[in-house]
Write a protein that binds this ligand. Sequence first.
Ligand code: MRU
Length: 365
Amino acid sequence: MTTHADHHRRPTVDVPPPPPATSLRWAEGALEVIDQRELPHRLSWLRLRTVDEVIAAIRSLAVRGAPAIGLAGAFGVVLSARRHTRADGRTDEAAVRADADRLAAARPTAVNLARAVSRMLPHLSHGPDAVLLAALAAVEEDVAVNRRCARRAADLVEEMLPIGGLRILTHCNTGRLATAAVGTALGAVLELAGRGRIAEVLVDETRPLFQGSRLTAWELEEAGVPYRLLPDSAAASALAGGLADCVLVGADRIAANGDTANKIGTYGLALAAARHDVPFLVVAPESSWDHTLPDGSGIEVEERGADEVTSPGGRRVAPAGARVFNPAFDVTPHRFVTALVSEERLVRPGAPAPAPHEREAVTRP
Ligand code: MRU
């Protein structure tokens, strides 16, 4: 039966959603990345034409975030394959593999980098265009995987906290800038915002390089989501004071037992969240899991230069000659993690064994 309302209903057309904003792209024979060092002052694209330029961009954090550096590394292999392929179409595979080794070693902690680089190598024998297609496919895959991670994490948060406006605390930047697009933990925050569930995001400034205040705040501004910045040192008291309902972070490498390496400061946040009964969720793709490591003790933590601590933003804040401890990451033991969410699994490392009917959805590491 047709009703009056039906006559006035607009015809439904399948309009594809707009393409998500990306943080890197292939353009006219080069990799272009948003230069994250310039944010929040300027949105500019950096053009990378050589393997050395890609390595420098990864090391200097012009491009950063585990999935994004993996993709940059993959395009580094493309650039190398194009450079080392002769007019007769034959690729000097040994030369490309040597470049791939250098790319994979540009930063040691995020497993995504070495993994994405090595995924390009089987395509070398089919020529540089095949490697380019594989890198472009990896970008598409990253976007699809992040969408799934973000939705699944948002579903879990809604299941745990079904009513009211949510206050989410996050650390570092896990948004579209840290991935090809969409983001992981911040992707989940934006998904929750789209569902009308976010009251406020508490953004750790994330010293010493301020990925929270420079990048996450910039993304939240862009998305029109309410947020407040806080010094990292205020996070524990924010959790103690009941200012956050949940903590959402990303990961650079997750060991088989769920121990998680992420931006320095994550461990302290997890301890405070556990002490104050605030759920602590890690949102990361399967490509961040390293099943070769039984636990987090084998994860190499990158140590960065002293000047990042003694001269933030180029202004000296410590006596000349001050000695510095500047690890870029820390490892959170799995017992402090409420759940790890990927595109495929929900792992509750500290939880009792799941009931038989839950076994499909909930996996113990
Ligand atoms: O040193 P960075 O800025 O590359 O560190 C990034 C992080 O620690 C992120 O939390 C992690 O890579 C996940 S990004 C989706």
